[in-house]
Write a protein that binds this ligand. Structure first.
Ligand code: FUC
Length: 730
């Protein structure tokens, strides 16, 4: 399983090949004369405390008593308000928001020209990137991987002839670091101009044969047989409110590079492979794919979305790649995957490469539990919990209420308030949506200790909403309410209501599991407008009033939250029918992540062919040559959303029933999937022929009854922890 190409990358965004260990990422160009290796460390951010612009967490600089009540009254009078009007009264210009930064790049000059037999690849089985070519009768190879256990990125360069390897290596950066060189180690040290965040990277070059020379600001290697590069990087960021600063990174970076240099290349590689494969190998998807003998970019160009074995190969690779990208950009000990995972080559990436929380960060984590990568969830869990403290202040100061809140987007510095971009500044429901995943993580594992750690976070959010819902026509509604990035402000837009419904429902389930009682949440849920209305053309209404236009193809389909990722709208109900009408009207277009969401929607509607159509649209129109999703521009959420969508086509469990092959497309007639996870602490393996399951095996992690639906049959299995259960098929 690999991506491969017969030319070096010339464009970072569409062609470089990403490797990463969660905290660090490198995008490999694989050039012949010059190798470019832009790299990242996920905490290198401008903005936040210490920013030259000043920093206020997005909280109102001065109190605005009655501002929200004023908007509520205006909405009661007028029904709708334009985003501009609301932003003028509730928004505030961004200060010190900052952006994710490139760490610069390593440039290796080989001076090679006229290469033949060129190939570069990214092995998904090994998480190793490779480059090979011949030049002047010498074979050259490069191999790179990012080790999570080692906390380093490692490269090995070799020539087929003794003494055939010569190159120079230097670091370039927009951050004007101080560079020192000694004993084959390049040390790159500095502080960001904007906020003084200290950063350091170290590159150790080790050679076999030949000579290595330290220069003032770079290193050179002459006539070596091979060389090993070891890179580590860090900053003095710490995820701790309110200062967000910790220790200087020097000792950590030095220790990581020293330890890796002492371990040596083979040991590092074996350690990396063991770590990576333990995660990646848990899931195998067979849909009758056959790899075509052409590079990945040509395979993508030739992809039609038909049912050929070559098209299926791209689909299977894309699924595996989503898992690869999550493992590479989200491991314990660092921040979660941002809009670009961990990869960024500039100082001003689109949307700051931040944490948008009106769908994007959540989408990144859809496949985490589903595709058996629950470890990758740890950074998300820590990040969401880190928003509670700044979010409490925002709740208190802006809303005068209990609980905590975060709006449309946030940063590693706890930005929980607002800005003033009218179409995207107001979304206090984001926190409840983030918390949905915390509860869902429990539903997968049934780990009560984990639930105990998230329950207070969820309960506080529920209290925020108990305090902030307003009664209109006998029902509790959110006001002001804004369906993300779409239409006017109203009271009680469908998504607002559905998210609060989801939160309250989850809090009550969690309370029950922990033997707690949340009377005020129960009472509020009983009075809550659930956000489900069927409108004049049979659509699910996006707003409480019937304002939807059948010609509207907006990329967000927020009113279908209850269908996915929520579980409020069940197939076979009138609301599911209405959701389908809305979805058909929205069309099969959209940005990358929007198409990915639609794969999930169609899967939840149990229409496998339409889900497959959306996957095909995403591959044909929203995928770059390196198989990164493009909004455009490049945005990684679509990769994760599509990976989740494929899993949803094969297995669902959100309703509490393990639903086998709920949305299998005709294009995947025969196949198998091994290792998907279902809620209830179960690992599932499935085989199907002619579109029907032929084998279903559940590996139970806990004792208790499991309900399994396969076609029209519902089976109840009394599962025993540690046992495998084969489901009888009719
Ligand atoms: C949301 C989307 C945009 C974009 C941005 C990063 O605001 O509506 O399309 O994906 O996030």
């Amino acid at each position: 399983m690999r991506l491969w190409y017969d030319r070096p990358a010339t464009d970072w965004e569409s062609q470089s090949l990403p490797i990463g260990n969660g905290a660090m990422g490198v995008s490999v160009y694989g050039g012949v004369a010059t190798e470019r290796l832009p790299f990242n460390e996920k905490t290198l951010w401008t903005g936040g405390p210490g920013s030259k612009e000043g920093y206020d967490f997005g909280d109102w600089a001065t109190p605005r008593p009655g501002a929200i009540a004023g908007i509520q009254e205006a909405l009661d009078r007028e029904g709708t308000l334009s985003p501009g009007e609301v932003a003028a009264r509730l928004g505030q210009a961004k200060r010190g928001y900052g952006a994710y930064q490139t760490f610069g790049e390593l440039r290796l000059e080989f001076g090679h020209a006229d290469a033949s037999g060129y190939e570069r690849e990214l092995s998904l089985d090994e998480a190793v990137a490779r480059v090979r070519y011949d030049c002047d009768g010498v074979g050259h190879t490069r191999e790179y991987f990012a080790s999570h256990p080692g906390g380093v990125v490692v490269g090995r360069l070799a020539a087929s002839e003794p003494g055939g390897l010569s190159f120079t290596v230097r670091h370039t950066s927009p951050h004007a670091p101080e560079i020192t060189v000694s004993d084959g180690r390049l040390t790159i040290r500095g502080a960001l101009d904007d906020n003084g965040l200290r950063f350091e990277a170290q590159l150790q070059v080790l050679t076999t044969g030949g000579s290595r020379t330290d220069h003032l600001d770079h290193l050179s290697v002459t006539g070596a047989d091979s060389a090993v590069l070891i890179l580590s990087a860090g900053t003095d960021y710490a995820p701790v409110h309110p200062a967000y600063r910790g220790d200087d990174p020097h000792d950590r970076v030095t220790a990581a590079v020293d330890a890796a240099a002492a371990a040596g290349y083979q040991a590092l590689l074996l350690e990396h492979l063991a770590d990576y494969r333990e995660l990646f190998d848990r899931v195998r998807l067979e849909i009758g794919q056959q790899e075509p003998p052409i590079p990945t970019d040509r395979q993508l160009a030739a992809y039609t979305g038909g049912a050929s074995a070559h098209d299926r190969a791209l689909e299977a690779t894309y699924f595996a790649y989503g898992r690869y990208l999550l493992i590479s950009s989200s491991r314990a000990g660092s921040l979660p995957a941002n809009l670009q995972g961990v990869w960024n080559d500039v100082t001003d990436p689109p949307w700051s490469a931040d944490y948008h929380v009106n769908i994007n960060l959540q989408m990144n984590y859809w496949p985490a539990d589903q595709t058996n990568l629950s470890e990758t969830f740890a950074p998300y869990d820590r990040f969401v919990k880190s928003l509670v403290e700044p979010g409490r202040r925002t709740a208190r100061e802006m809303f005068g209420s209990r609980g905590w809140v975060v709006h449309n987007e946030t940063t590693p510095f706890g930005f929980t308030g607002v800005h003033d971009y009218a179409e995207a500044f107001w979304f206090p429901e984001a926190a409840a949506w983030l918390a949905q995943h915390l509860f869902d993580h429990y539903r997968y594992s049934l780990d009560v200790t984990y639930l105990e750690s998230v329950y207070p976070v969820m309960r506080e959010l529920a209290h925020f909403w108990v305090d902030n819902l307003v009664e209109r026509e006998g029902r509790l509604v959110v006001s002001p309410s804004y369906s993300p990035e779409h239409g006017d402000f109203t009271a009680g837009a469908a998504m607002s209501q559905q998210i609060v419904y989801d939160l309250f429902t989850n809090v009550l389930e969690a309370a029950e599991a922990l033997g707690d009682d949340e009377q005020e949440v129960r009472q509020a849920l009983a009075r809550l407008d659930p956000g489900l209305r069927i409108g004049s053309w049979g659509q699910l209404q996006e707003w409480a009033d019937d304002l939807d236009s059948p010609g509207d193809e907006h990329r967000h389909a927020s009113h279908l939250f209850g269908l996915h990722p929520g579980r409020q709208i069940r197939p076979g109900t009138p609301f599911a029918e209405a959701a389908m009408v809305s979805l058909v009207a929205r069309g099969d277009g959209g940005t990358g992540w929007s198409k990915a969401w639609k794969i999930n929607f169609w899967a939840r509607l149990r229409d496998g062919d339409h889900a497959h159509t959306m996957l095909a649209e995403q591959l044909r129109l929203s995928t770059l040559d390196n198989l990164w999703d493009t909004h455009p521009p490049f945005q990684l959420d679509g990769n994760f959303g599509a990976t989740s969508g494929i899993a949803e086509m094969l297995l669902q469990s959100h309703t509490g029933v393990i639903d086998v092959l709920p949305a299998l497309p005709r294009a995947w007639r025969d196949g198998s999937v091994h290792g998907l996870r279902a809620r209830g602490n179960v690992t599932v393996s499935l085989t199907w022929r002619d579109g029907a399951a032929t084998e279903v095996v559940l590996h139970a992690g806990s004792d208790g009854p499991l309900r399994v639906r396969c076609g029209d049959d519902l089976t109840v299995v009394e599962a025993r922890a540690g046992s495998s259960h084969r489901i009888p098929l009719g």
